[in-house]
Design a protein around this ligand. Structure first.
Ligand code: XMP
Length: 323
Protein backbone atom coordinates (compact mmCIF):
# COMPACT_ATOMS: atom_id res chain seq x y z
CA UNK A 1 0.00 0.00 0.00
CA UNK A 2 2.67 2.49 1.02
CA UNK A 3 4.54 1.50 -2.13
CA UNK A 4 1.69 2.86 -4.24
CA UNK A 5 1.39 5.99 -2.10
CA UNK A 6 5.07 6.56 -2.63
CA UNK A 7 4.74 5.98 -6.34
CA UNK A 8 1.97 8.55 -6.56
CA UNK A 9 3.83 11.16 -4.49
CA UNK A 10 7.07 10.72 -6.42
CA UNK A 11 5.41 10.68 -9.83
CA UNK A 12 3.36 13.77 -9.07
CA UNK A 13 6.53 15.56 -7.99
CA UNK A 14 8.44 14.48 -11.10
CA UNK A 15 5.55 15.43 -13.38
CA UNK A 16 5.37 18.90 -11.84
CA UNK A 17 9.09 19.43 -12.27
CA UNK A 18 9.06 18.23 -15.85
CA UNK A 19 5.92 20.02 -17.00
CA UNK A 20 6.54 23.34 -15.22
CA UNK A 21 3.96 25.82 -16.46
CA UNK A 22 3.42 24.12 -19.85
CA UNK A 23 0.39 22.23 -21.08
CA UNK A 24 -0.11 18.48 -21.40
CA UNK A 25 -2.48 16.71 -23.72
CA UNK A 26 -3.68 13.14 -23.20
CA UNK A 27 -5.86 10.87 -25.31
CA UNK A 28 -8.45 9.41 -22.95
CA UNK A 29 -10.28 6.29 -24.10
CA UNK A 30 -12.01 5.43 -20.85
CA UNK A 31 -9.90 2.29 -20.58
CA UNK A 32 -7.96 1.48 -17.41
CA UNK A 33 -4.57 2.81 -18.47
CA UNK A 34 -5.52 6.15 -19.96
CA UNK A 35 -7.94 6.78 -17.07
CA UNK A 36 -5.26 6.22 -14.46
CA UNK A 37 -2.77 8.32 -16.42
CA UNK A 38 -5.39 11.09 -16.54
CA UNK A 39 -5.92 10.85 -12.77
CA UNK A 40 -2.20 11.12 -12.06
CA UNK A 41 -1.65 14.04 -14.41
CA UNK A 42 -4.69 15.79 -13.03
CA UNK A 43 -3.32 15.51 -9.51
CA UNK A 44 0.04 16.83 -10.70
CA UNK A 45 -0.93 19.77 -12.90
CA UNK A 46 -4.74 20.21 -12.77
CA UNK A 47 -5.99 22.54 -15.47
CA UNK A 48 -2.70 22.42 -17.38
CA UNK A 49 -3.95 19.01 -18.48
CA UNK A 50 -6.31 18.61 -21.43
CA UNK A 51 -7.86 15.19 -22.00
CA UNK A 52 -9.29 14.46 -25.44
CA UNK A 53 -12.02 11.84 -25.41
CA UNK A 54 -13.25 10.75 -28.83
CA UNK A 55 -16.71 9.19 -28.59
CA UNK A 56 -17.25 7.30 -31.86
CA UNK A 57 -20.72 6.20 -30.79
CA UNK A 58 -19.63 2.57 -30.54
CA UNK A 59 -19.21 2.28 -26.81
CA UNK A 60 -21.48 0.48 -24.39
CA UNK A 61 -24.66 2.09 -23.20
CA UNK A 62 -24.06 5.33 -21.26
CA UNK A 63 -20.31 4.71 -21.19
CA UNK A 64 -19.36 8.00 -22.81
CA UNK A 65 -21.49 9.92 -20.32
CA UNK A 66 -19.95 8.02 -17.45
CA UNK A 67 -16.41 8.82 -18.58
CA UNK A 68 -17.31 12.49 -19.03
CA UNK A 69 -19.00 12.70 -15.64
CA UNK A 70 -16.07 11.05 -13.91
CA UNK A 71 -13.40 13.31 -15.29
CA UNK A 72 -15.33 16.54 -15.18
CA UNK A 73 -16.79 16.06 -11.69
CA UNK A 74 -14.09 14.18 -9.81
CA UNK A 75 -10.93 15.53 -11.39
CA UNK A 76 -9.48 18.93 -12.16
CA UNK A 77 -8.61 19.20 -15.87
CA UNK A 78 -9.84 20.43 -19.22
CA UNK A 79 -12.00 17.67 -20.60
CA UNK A 80 -12.81 17.68 -24.30
CA UNK A 81 -15.38 15.21 -25.57
CA UNK A 82 -15.66 14.86 -29.32
CA UNK A 83 -18.97 13.30 -30.28
CA UNK A 84 -18.67 11.88 -33.74
CA UNK A 85 -21.07 8.93 -33.75
CA UNK A 86 -22.95 10.15 -36.80
CA UNK A 87 -19.76 10.63 -38.77
CA UNK A 88 -18.70 7.07 -37.95
CA UNK A 89 -22.08 5.68 -39.04
CA UNK A 90 -21.65 7.49 -42.34
CA UNK A 91 -18.17 6.02 -42.81
CA UNK A 92 -19.43 2.52 -42.00
CA UNK A 93 -22.41 2.62 -44.32
CA UNK A 94 -22.56 -0.51 -46.46
CA UNK A 95 -19.35 -1.97 -44.99
CA UNK A 96 -19.62 -5.60 -43.89
CA UNK A 97 -16.09 -6.99 -43.92
CA UNK A 98 -14.66 -7.17 -40.37
CA UNK A 99 -11.14 -6.07 -41.29
CA UNK A 100 -12.50 -3.23 -43.40
CA UNK A 101 -14.62 -2.09 -40.44
CA UNK A 102 -11.60 -2.17 -38.11
CA UNK A 103 -9.56 -0.21 -40.60
CA UNK A 104 -12.20 2.47 -41.12
CA UNK A 105 -12.91 2.86 -37.40
CA UNK A 106 -9.19 3.01 -36.56
CA UNK A 107 -8.32 5.45 -39.32
CA UNK A 108 -11.25 7.78 -38.63
CA UNK A 109 -10.64 7.63 -34.90
CA UNK A 110 -7.10 8.90 -35.21
CA UNK A 111 -8.06 11.46 -37.83
CA UNK A 112 -10.56 12.96 -35.40
CA UNK A 113 -8.19 12.62 -32.47
CA UNK A 114 -5.20 14.27 -34.14
CA UNK A 115 -7.30 17.07 -35.58
CA UNK A 116 -8.43 17.85 -32.07
CA UNK A 117 -4.89 17.63 -30.71
CA UNK A 118 -3.44 19.73 -33.53
CA UNK A 119 -5.68 22.60 -32.53
CA UNK A 120 -4.27 22.49 -28.98
CA UNK A 121 -0.76 21.17 -29.31
CA UNK A 122 1.27 24.35 -29.22
CA UNK A 123 4.15 24.44 -26.74
CA UNK A 124 3.06 21.44 -24.78
CA UNK A 125 3.72 17.87 -23.77
CA UNK A 126 1.98 14.77 -25.03
CA UNK A 127 1.04 12.08 -22.51
CA UNK A 128 0.14 8.44 -23.05
CA UNK A 129 -1.15 5.69 -20.78
CA UNK A 130 1.54 3.26 -21.95
CA UNK A 131 2.28 0.60 -19.33
CA UNK A 132 5.33 -1.62 -18.92
CA UNK A 133 4.01 -4.63 -20.92
CA UNK A 134 3.20 -2.29 -23.86
CA UNK A 135 6.81 -1.15 -23.93
CA UNK A 136 8.11 -4.72 -23.88
CA UNK A 137 5.70 -5.64 -26.65
CA UNK A 138 6.80 -2.88 -28.98
CA UNK A 139 10.48 -3.06 -28.00
CA UNK A 140 11.17 -6.76 -28.25
CA UNK A 141 9.39 -7.77 -31.39
CA UNK A 142 5.90 -8.55 -30.21
CA UNK A 143 6.11 -11.70 -28.18
CA UNK A 144 3.01 -11.64 -26.01
CA UNK A 145 -0.57 -12.69 -26.54
CA UNK A 146 -2.12 -9.42 -27.51
CA UNK A 147 0.38 -8.81 -30.28
CA UNK A 148 -0.05 -12.28 -31.71
CA UNK A 149 -3.78 -11.79 -31.81
CA UNK A 150 -3.02 -8.78 -33.96
CA UNK A 151 -1.70 -11.06 -36.66
CA UNK A 152 -5.13 -12.59 -36.96
CA UNK A 153 -7.07 -9.39 -36.44
CA UNK A 154 -5.51 -5.99 -36.91
CA UNK A 155 -5.72 -3.98 -33.71
CA UNK A 156 -5.50 -0.29 -34.30
CA UNK A 157 -4.41 0.77 -30.87
CA UNK A 158 -1.09 2.36 -31.63
CA UNK A 159 -0.98 6.09 -31.60
CA UNK A 160 1.09 7.26 -34.50
CA UNK A 161 1.72 10.96 -34.49
CA UNK A 162 1.36 12.93 -37.75
CA UNK A 163 4.58 14.67 -38.73
CA UNK A 164 3.12 18.17 -38.65
CA UNK A 165 2.36 17.97 -34.93
CA UNK A 166 5.20 18.47 -32.48
CA UNK A 167 5.51 18.37 -28.73
CA UNK A 168 8.20 19.27 -26.24
CA UNK A 169 8.30 15.64 -25.18
CA UNK A 170 6.19 12.55 -24.58
CA UNK A 171 5.27 11.61 -21.03
CA UNK A 172 4.40 8.06 -19.97
CA UNK A 173 3.72 8.19 -16.25
CA UNK A 174 2.73 4.49 -16.04
CA UNK A 175 5.63 3.22 -18.15
CA UNK A 176 7.15 1.09 -15.36
CA UNK A 177 3.94 -0.44 -14.01
CA UNK A 178 2.17 -3.74 -14.56
CA UNK A 179 -1.61 -3.84 -14.92
CA UNK A 180 -2.32 -4.76 -11.29
CA UNK A 181 -0.12 -1.88 -10.13
CA UNK A 182 -1.92 0.49 -12.49
CA UNK A 183 -5.21 -0.62 -10.91
CA UNK A 184 -3.86 -0.11 -7.40
CA UNK A 185 -2.77 3.43 -8.33
CA UNK A 186 -6.18 4.06 -9.90
CA UNK A 187 -8.01 3.01 -6.72
CA UNK A 188 -5.76 5.30 -4.65
CA UNK A 189 -6.45 8.22 -6.95
CA UNK A 190 -10.20 7.75 -6.50
CA UNK A 191 -10.98 6.62 -10.02
CA UNK A 192 -14.34 4.78 -9.94
CA UNK A 193 -14.29 1.02 -9.57
CA UNK A 194 -16.04 0.57 -12.95
CA UNK A 195 -13.12 2.19 -14.75
CA UNK A 196 -10.32 0.67 -12.68
CA UNK A 197 -11.68 -2.86 -13.14
CA UNK A 198 -13.02 -2.40 -16.65
CA UNK A 199 -12.92 -5.47 -18.87
CA UNK A 200 -10.91 -5.30 -22.07
CA UNK A 201 -12.96 -3.57 -24.72
CA UNK A 202 -11.88 -3.61 -28.37
CA UNK A 203 -10.83 -0.33 -29.94
CA UNK A 204 -13.47 -0.72 -32.71
CA UNK A 205 -16.04 -1.18 -29.95
CA UNK A 206 -19.49 -2.43 -30.82
CA UNK A 207 -18.50 -2.09 -34.47
CA UNK A 208 -17.08 -5.63 -34.33
CA UNK A 209 -19.93 -6.96 -32.17
CA UNK A 210 -22.50 -6.13 -34.82
CA UNK A 211 -21.98 -8.66 -37.56
CA UNK A 212 -22.38 -7.16 -41.01
CA UNK A 213 -23.29 -3.54 -41.59
CA UNK A 214 -23.31 -1.25 -38.56
CA UNK A 215 -26.29 1.07 -38.20
CA UNK A 216 -27.38 3.41 -35.42
CA UNK A 217 -30.42 1.25 -34.75
CA UNK A 218 -28.38 -1.93 -34.40
CA UNK A 219 -26.04 -0.12 -32.02
CA UNK A 220 -29.01 0.84 -29.83
CA UNK A 221 -30.43 -2.69 -29.84
CA UNK A 222 -27.08 -4.19 -28.90
CA UNK A 223 -26.39 -1.58 -26.22
CA UNK A 224 -29.72 -2.31 -24.55
CA UNK A 225 -29.15 -6.07 -24.45
CA UNK A 226 -25.56 -5.71 -23.30
CA UNK A 227 -26.63 -3.35 -20.54
CA UNK A 228 -29.11 -5.92 -19.18
CA UNK A 229 -26.43 -8.61 -19.22
CA UNK A 230 -23.99 -6.45 -17.30
CA UNK A 231 -26.63 -5.33 -14.85
CA UNK A 232 -27.72 -8.88 -14.07
CA UNK A 233 -24.16 -10.15 -13.74
CA UNK A 234 -23.27 -7.40 -11.32
CA UNK A 235 -26.48 -7.83 -9.28
CA UNK A 236 -25.60 -11.49 -8.88
CA UNK A 237 -22.03 -10.70 -7.91
CA UNK A 238 -20.82 -12.79 -10.82
CA UNK A 239 -19.02 -10.03 -12.68
CA UNK A 240 -15.53 -10.50 -11.25
CA UNK A 241 -15.51 -14.27 -11.95
CA UNK A 242 -15.11 -13.71 -15.67
CA UNK A 243 -12.45 -12.17 -17.88
CA UNK A 244 -14.93 -10.76 -20.35
CA UNK A 245 -18.64 -10.98 -21.15
CA UNK A 246 -20.79 -9.12 -23.62
CA UNK A 247 -23.56 -9.41 -26.20
CA UNK A 248 -23.19 -9.81 -29.95
CA UNK A 249 -25.75 -8.96 -32.61
CA UNK A 250 -25.27 -11.60 -35.31
CA UNK A 251 -27.62 -9.94 -37.78
CA UNK A 252 -29.97 -12.90 -37.86
CA UNK A 253 -33.73 -12.68 -37.38
CA UNK A 254 -35.76 -15.51 -35.92
CA UNK A 255 -39.44 -16.25 -35.67
CA UNK A 256 -41.01 -15.82 -32.27
CA UNK A 257 -44.34 -15.42 -30.61
CA UNK A 258 -45.62 -12.64 -28.40
CA UNK A 259 -49.16 -12.93 -27.08
CA UNK A 260 -50.97 -14.21 -30.15
CA UNK A 261 -48.68 -12.41 -32.57
CA UNK A 262 -45.95 -13.86 -34.65
CA UNK A 263 -42.71 -11.86 -34.40
CA UNK A 264 -39.70 -11.86 -36.67
CA UNK A 265 -36.86 -10.09 -34.93
CA UNK A 266 -33.23 -10.10 -33.81
CA UNK A 267 -31.30 -12.92 -32.18
CA UNK A 268 -28.82 -11.81 -29.54
CA UNK A 269 -25.79 -13.85 -28.54
CA UNK A 270 -24.25 -13.85 -25.07
CA UNK A 271 -20.49 -14.36 -25.13
CA UNK A 272 -18.64 -14.91 -21.84
CA UNK A 273 -15.16 -16.29 -21.30
CA UNK A 274 -12.63 -17.20 -18.66
CA UNK A 275 -8.97 -16.82 -19.58
CA UNK A 276 -5.59 -15.82 -18.20
CA UNK A 277 -4.07 -14.29 -21.28
CA UNK A 278 -6.75 -14.13 -24.02
CA UNK A 279 -4.59 -16.33 -26.28
CA UNK A 280 -6.79 -19.23 -25.30
CA UNK A 281 -10.11 -19.00 -23.52
CA UNK A 282 -12.91 -21.20 -22.27
CA UNK A 283 -16.59 -20.37 -22.45
CA UNK A 284 -17.81 -19.48 -19.00
CA UNK A 285 -20.08 -21.84 -17.07
CA UNK A 286 -22.47 -19.12 -15.95
CA UNK A 287 -25.14 -20.64 -13.66
CA UNK A 288 -28.35 -21.47 -15.55
CA UNK A 289 -30.52 -19.36 -13.29
CA UNK A 290 -28.47 -16.25 -14.09
CA UNK A 291 -28.69 -17.03 -17.82
CA UNK A 292 -32.44 -17.56 -17.46
CA UNK A 293 -32.88 -14.19 -15.80
CA UNK A 294 -30.76 -12.45 -18.43
CA UNK A 295 -32.69 -14.07 -21.27
CA UNK A 296 -36.02 -13.17 -19.69
CA UNK A 297 -35.06 -9.60 -19.11
CA UNK A 298 -33.53 -9.07 -22.55
CA UNK A 299 -36.60 -10.38 -24.37
CA UNK A 300 -38.94 -8.43 -22.06
CA UNK A 301 -37.08 -5.15 -21.74
CA UNK A 302 -35.28 -4.71 -25.06
CA UNK A 303 -37.05 -3.78 -28.25
CA UNK A 304 -36.50 -5.87 -31.41
CA UNK A 305 -35.04 -8.95 -29.76
CA UNK A 306 -37.04 -12.17 -29.59
CA UNK A 307 -34.36 -14.77 -28.93
CA UNK A 308 -31.21 -15.10 -26.81
CA UNK A 309 -28.55 -17.76 -27.38
CA UNK A 310 -25.38 -18.63 -25.46
CA UNK A 311 -22.04 -19.09 -27.22
CA UNK A 312 -20.42 -22.33 -25.96
CA UNK A 313 -17.27 -22.17 -28.10
CA UNK A 314 -13.79 -22.11 -26.58
CA UNK A 315 -10.77 -20.34 -28.12
CA UNK A 316 -9.46 -21.97 -30.22
CA UNK A 317 -11.25 -22.60 -32.48
CA UNK A 318 -13.48 -19.58 -31.80
CA UNK A 319 -12.05 -16.16 -30.99
CA UNK A 320 -13.40 -14.16 -28.06
CA UNK A 321 -15.01 -11.62 -30.38
CA UNK A 322 -17.17 -12.73 -33.29
CA UNK A 323 -15.34 -10.58 -35.80
P1 XMP B 1 -10.03 -12.32 -29.93
O1 XMP B 1 -11.37 -12.03 -30.50
O2 XMP B 1 -8.90 -12.03 -30.87
O3 XMP B 1 -9.87 -11.29 -28.71
O4 XMP B 1 -9.93 -13.70 -29.31
C1 XMP B 1 -8.82 -11.33 -27.78
C2 XMP B 1 -8.91 -10.05 -26.95
O5 XMP B 1 -8.61 -8.93 -27.78
C3 XMP B 1 -9.72 -8.05 -27.84
N1 XMP B 1 -9.84 -7.56 -29.22
C4 XMP B 1 -9.47 -6.32 -29.62
N2 XMP B 1 -8.96 -5.31 -28.94
N3 XMP B 1 -8.90 -4.01 -30.92
C5 XMP B 1 -8.67 -4.14 -29.58
O6 XMP B 1 -8.21 -3.19 -28.98
C6 XMP B 1 -9.42 -5.00 -31.68
O7 XMP B 1 -9.61 -4.86 -32.88
C7 XMP B 1 -9.72 -6.23 -30.98
N4 XMP B 1 -10.22 -7.42 -31.39
C8 XMP B 1 -10.29 -8.22 -30.30
C9 XMP B 1 -10.92 -8.87 -27.40
O8 XMP B 1 -11.95 -8.06 -26.86
C10 XMP B 1 -10.30 -9.80 -26.39
O9 XMP B 1 -10.16 -9.16 -25.13
Amino acid sequence: DWVMDNFIDNTVKELREKIGDKHVILGLSGGVDSSVAAGLLSRAVGKQLTCVFVDQGLMRKDEGDFVEKTFTELFDMNFVRVNCGEHFMECLKGVTDPEQKRKIIGTEFYKVFWDEVRARAAEGFFAQGTIYPDRIESGKGKSDGKAQTAVIKTHHNMVEKPKDISFIDTIEPLGDLFKDEVRAVGEKLGIPHELVWRQPFPGPGLGVRIIGEVTAEKVRILQDADWVLRDEMSKNGYESNLAQFFCVLPGVNSVGVMGDHRTYDNVVVIRAVTTDDFMTADWARIPYDILAKVSNRITNECAHINRVVYDITSKPPGTVEWE
